[in-house]
Design a protein around this ligand. Structure first.
Ligand SMILES: C[S@@+](CC[C@H](N)C(=O)[O-])C[C@H]1O[C@@H](n2cnc3c(N)ncnc32)[C@H](O)[C@@H]1O
Length: 252
């Protein structure tokens, strides 16, 4: 598929800031449902100002880090485990933000930062890989200054299910989807620590449609339309699946 066709498939008026970024660049680097759209959706509920120090935890190919640096003038520590920092340095240099975005290789439980260092911690499509442990927020939140913000967005559910997934999702279900939770679950998960105050915990309006649009565009681009995740999102039609967004600030 050529770049112009891909651009059309990923046109989405919901995300005006993301529209300034090439669809090909996003598809080549995206590791989950459009990290740039998700960064925009998260940023609209956070207070990001020029010069702020931001941790992008689980940044993957650092597209969200580059987006936030360019759109908000923040300085970003683009931290990831699976993507090599050399690769992200190349991308930040190509995007002319190498002075503003710092690629870091680190595991989420061994972060090489000083406590209270950041003004904001963000995580896109990644926090559920390491943050469902009851005790993790106590570790993670110490890296943001008191009063600083913590924002996450990732695949999630409309509501928690008791044991097995809803029957219409069973044909598609993989065991590790057990880490997908509702916004309400995340609110409770964080609030019960007493360490943060949750400001936003919602299901992104129409997030499932954005996710599906992303998957369909990527599937078409690879020449393999109708892959399983897109089938699952179609079958669900927003009943259970979507994107869960949570924003909190660290208590003093
Ligand atoms: C689905 S990808 C999302 C990447 C990127 N934010 C995006 O949306 O394209 C999940 C990312 O979480 C990171 N990750 C998962 N477990 C991690 C851990 N224990 N420590 C650090 N990063 C982790 C991986 O390196 C991976 O890049």
């Amino acid at each position: 598929m050529d770049d112009a066709e891909l651009e059309v498939l990923l046109r989405n008026e919901r995300y005006p800031w993301s529209a300034g970024y090439s669809a090909r660049w996003i598809v080549d680097g995206g590791m989950g449902p459009n990290p740039v759209w998700q960064a925009e959706a998260l940023a609209e509920r956070m207070r990001l100002e020029p010069g702020m120090r931001v941790l992008d935890m689980g940044c993957g190919a650092a597209l969200s880090s580059i987006f936030l640096a360019k759109e908000f003038g923040v300085e970003v520590w683009a931290t990831d485990l699976w993507v090599k920092p050399e690769e992200n340095l190349r991308r930040t240099t190509e995007a002319h933000v190498e002075d503003q975005v710092h690629p870091i290789y680190a595991e989420a439980h061994a972060l090489p930062f000083a406590e209270d260092f950041f003004d904001a911690l963000i995580s896109i499509g990644a926090y559920h890989y390491f943050g469902t442990d009851d005790l993790y927020l106590g570790y993670y939140s110490r890296f943001v200054r008191p009063g600083g913000q913590i924002g996450i967005i990732q695949p999630g559910l409309a509501a928690e299910y008791e044991t097995l997934p809803p029957p219409h999702l069973e044909p598609y279900w993989k065991w590790d989807f057990c880490a997908w939770h509702s916004a309400g679950w995340w609110r409770r998960h964080w609030e019960k620590t007493g360490l943060v105050t949750v400001e936003v915990a919602d299901r992104l309006p129409n997030g499932w449609r954005d996710w599906l649009q992303w998957n369909e565009a990527c599937d078409h681009d690879r020449g393999t339309p109708g892959q399983e995740e897109a089938q699952m999102l179609h079958a669900d039609s927003g009943q259970s699946l979507g994107l869960a967004r949570v924003v909190a600030h660290r208590n003093n």
